[in-house]
Ligand binder design. Structure first.
Ligand SMILES: NC(=O)c1ccc[n+]([C@@H]2O[C@H](COP(=O)([O-])OP(=O)(O)OC[C@H]3O[C@@H](n4cnc5c(N)ncnc54)[C@H](OP(=O)(O)O)[C@@H]3O)[C@@H](O)[C@H]2O)c1
Length: 268
């Protein structure tokens, strides 16, 4: 189980914010109050990792996270945000991170990630700029997202002063490619894995195998999906509805028997 991220103790499950405050570079302010309440509700239940990105809602997701955390103890939170691949050239990366800080209303983000690789910008240059942000104190630790295989290894070796803290990748009971392309490298190098779309964007609820296994275990599909990931990653489900957040939080107390891991591993 991942107990800490960026030197802070963390709840084993974080909260995603894709779809909160709009979509792909598109802002939506229509449900701000509900969205802020949902994030606050999750924080109130003990979740202390929140994942966002400059791209989500064209920055509005970051603004809503900023509003939601205003009353929280900042030191206990791990705020993750991500730089879009068209901003990886050093001066753009720094400007992008500073804009994220402004929208979040914070003096630092805990974990800054490269959202997707961009082969047209040398990785070392982007990583150097990120390390300079650590030196300035505006970023506590750095990482990547959607890096696998050799590219992930290249990222791990691209640092000169600090370490790659985490790699955020697609990982859920139905999509387990990361078990081959990411987890062995992460575990060998002490890099944490953050599992995005841990509920397969809702597809786990329609999958007969998930439903049957969850029923036999006497847990919800959410509990099964998240408990499967927790030993090796920090899942970051997105949820707006309070009953969904409650279900997510309860998953932290579910331990699966070995046979259940084996059964999931046999799914093609
Ligand atoms: N780094 C990347 O490239 C990348 C890519 C994709 C996602 N992400 C991050 O990962 C986060 C999570 O992934 P995701 O948003 O793609 O999908 P997800 O977390 O797999 O699924 C989210 C969906 O599941 C529903 N849900 C949540 N808990 C539930 C429950 N207990 N019972 C029934 N339904 C439930 C949510 O509904 P409600 O919202 O209605 O509650 C929402 O529709 C994102 O929000 C984002 O922060 C990162």
């Amino acid at each position: 189980m991942v107990n800490e991220l960026c030197d802070k103790r963390v709840f084993p499950i974080g909260l995603g914010t894709w779809g909160i405050g709009g979509g792909y570079w598109r802002r939506d302010e229509s449900r701000d109050k509900e969205w802020v309440e949902a994030i606050r509700y999750a924080l109130g239940k003990g979740i202390n990792v929140v994942d966002t990105a400059e791209m989500y809602g064209d920055g509005h997701a970051e603004e809503l996270v900023g509003r939601a955390i205003r009353e929280s103890d900042r030191e206990k939170l791990v705020i993750i945000t991500k730089v879009w691949p068209n901003h990886l050239e050093p001066s753009k990366l720094k400007a992008s991170a500073k804009a994220s800080l402004r929208r979040l209303g914070v003096k630092h983000v805990d974990l800054l990630l490269i959202h997707w690789p961009n082969p047209s910008v040398p990785l070392k240059e982007s990583v150097r700029a990120m390390e300079e942000l650590i030196d300035e104190g505006t970023v506590y630790c750095i990482g990547v997202s959607n890096f696998e295989g050799e590219l992930f290894e290249e990222a791990i070796y691209s640092v000169s002063k600090y370490e790659i803290e985490a790699n955020e990748v697609l990982y859920n009971v139905l999509e387990r490619r990361a078990e081959r392309t990411v987890l062995p490298i992460a575990e060998k190098n002490g890099v944490k894995v953050i599992a995005y779309s841990p509920l397969a964007q809702g597809r786990v609820f329609a999958d007969g195998r998930v439903k049957s296994l969850a029923e036999r275990l006497g847990v919800t599909p959410t509990n099964l999906a998240l408990a499967y990931l927790i030993p090796r990653a920090v899942p970051i489900p997105k949820a707006e509805r309070k009953e969904h957040i409650d279900d997510i939080v309860r998953s932290a107390n579910v331990t699966l028997p070995e046979w259940a891991f084996k059964e999931v591993s046999s799914w093609k």
